[in-house]
Design a binder for this molecule. Structure first.
Ligand SMILES: Cc1cc2nc3c(=O)[nH]c(=O)nc-3n(C[C@H](O)[C@H](O)[C@H](O)COP(=O)(O)OP(=O)(O)OC[C@H]3O[C@@H](n4cnc5c(N)ncnc54)[C@H](O)[C@@H]3O)c2cc1C
Length: 415
């Protein structure tokens, strides 16, 4: 595949942009692959890329029922950070954040990584204590993140109402190298690079059944016919329970809608990401000037990609307290994605109860930031047949063993 470069843009400008290749191939499926990955979201595509790049395994298919990146990967609010409380989480999220730093160069695709800083507000005494604990844990894990005073918060986030009517800002946890990236570009960049290495990405190809015999998985049934494999990786976020049922086991995962919205574009007012977990809303400003706003998940299980009106109202009401300027803005559009939540709000990466099936799910409301690290760790697991250090703590067995990686108590929302 030809490299993208300033020279290539100049060359194509001179010939009416007629020479660009398709970013990825659209092959017909083969009858058999070494590895089949279900779900062409960021995690599935990154897994395929690192399988090919790091392990030389290229006889790989990524099967996608819709269009690639059309799930949560193309629907999130793009927050990237790694200042998690537990060591296991900090390790995989920091690996991911580090990979994000150079991902545009690695993939030869501009993913628009913008390490503009993430501010997590402390608006109650409990939250202040929790963030202090996280800041200490982060320091021990060599993650760059620190507590800031209300005055520092005001200097960094100029449009904030620091004295808030219900919840004044008592401080914040600041990660200066956290930020955002363009979500579609992450999916497109991994797809292009994986396709270039020989991976088959097959869109409009829903998996409708999982074939198994006494020894384990033997293949999948799809809208484009049966495909044989003896290593199958399910990376389908909110549809994880559905795929697990096809394969004959159950997962401790609930699916529900999480939504986001954007305002009309305005001049630059906010140059970092702010998360206000107590009032439950988070906000950043896109390059186009829109305020990108996210809130909580629906309080009941569902598979809609919309989200309820009541949540829009709650989120905006919460943010108006902290950012009064929002009250004068029109909201342009709103959407939802189906997130897969585990009880401890940490993901599941590991072998499934059926031999040959591997899982990558449970990223819930916070898996965009994890895409590179998760893909890296899942590729290791598929190549070796067992997880290595980064993924090992996130096995399914932890629920039976009571060995939770609890990120739910430490943060009211897990983005
Ligand atoms: C509104 C919203 C805001 C969010 N904000 C953030 C944030 O700021 N930061 C952050 O880190 N995370 C955020 N997240 C979470 C993040 O988006 C997800 O954790 C992450 O994108 C999950 O990626 P994935 O590849 O696992 O899943 P997805 O991108 O959902 O991909 C799964 C794919 O599987 C496909 N699939 C399903 N069933 C089948 C089948 N039977 N056959 C074939 N294909 C199938 C789907 O079509 C889909 O394309 C947010 C999520 C939402 C919804």
């Amino acid at each position: 595949m030809k490299r993208y470069s300033a020279f290539a843009i100049a060359r194509e400008a001179l010939r009416h942009h007629a020479g660009w290749e398709r970013a990825w191939a659209s092959p017909e499926p083969r009858a058999q692959y070494d590895v089949v990955i279900v779900g062409a979201g960021g995690h599935g595509l990154a897994t395929a890329y690192y399988l090919a790049k790091n392990h030389g395994i290229t006889n790989v298919a990524v099967l996608e029922k819709g269009w690639l990146g059309g799930g949560n990967t193309g629907r999130n609010t793009t927050i990237i950070r790694s200042n998690y409380l537990q060591d296991e989480s900090a390790a995989i999220f920091e690996k991911s954040r580090t990979l994000y730093e150079t991902l545009s160069q690695e993939l030869n695709y501009n993913i628009m990584f913008s390490p503009r800083g993430v501010m997590m507000l402390a608006q109650t005494e409990h939250e202040l204590r929790a963030w202090k604990r996280t800041a200490h844990a982060n320091r021990l894990a060599s993650i760059q993140s620190r507590m800031v005073t209300p005055d520092e918060v005001r200097k960094i986030v100029k449009v904030i109402n620091i004295d808030g009517p219900r919840y004044p800002v008592l401080g914040g946890l600041w990660q200066p190298r956290g930020g955002t990236a363009r979500h579609d570009a992450v999916a497109w960049g991994y797809a292009r690079a994986a396709s270039d290495l020989g991976v088959h990405i097959i869109q409009n190809c829903a998996v409708t059944g999982v074939d198994r015999d006494a020894t384990g998985v033997t293949g999948v049934q799809t809208g484009k016919g049966p495909i044989r494999c003896n290593r199958l990786c399910l990376v389908v976020a909110g549809s994880s329970g559905v795929l697990a049922e096809m394969a004959g086991f159950r997962l401790p995962v609930e699916s529900l809608a999480l939504q986001a919205l954007v305002s009309e574009p305005i001049k630059p007012v906010l140059d970092c990401v702010v998360m206000a977990n107590t009032v439950h809303g988070y906000i950043s400003q896109s390059d186009k000037g829109e305020l990108v706003i996210g809130g909580g998940a629906d309080g009941f299980n569902n598979y809609t990609q919309r989200g309820s009106f009541q949540h829009v109202e709650e989120t905006v009401r919460a943010l108006v307290e902290t950012f009064p300027l929002i009250s004068r803005l029109k909201m342009l559009r709103q959407w939802g994605g189906i997130v897969d939540m585990t009880g401890d709000r940490s993901p599941i990466i590991g072998p499934a109860p059926v031999p040959g099936i591997f899982l990558n799910c449970g990223w819930g409301t916070g898996g965009f930031k994890a895409i590179p690290g998760s893909g890296w760790a899942t590729a290791e697991m598929l190549a070796d047949g067992a997880p290595r250090a980064l993924a090992a703590p996130f096995s399914l067995e932890r629920f039976a063993e009571g060995r939770m990686i609890d990120e739910s108590v430490a943060a009211a929302v897990a983005h």
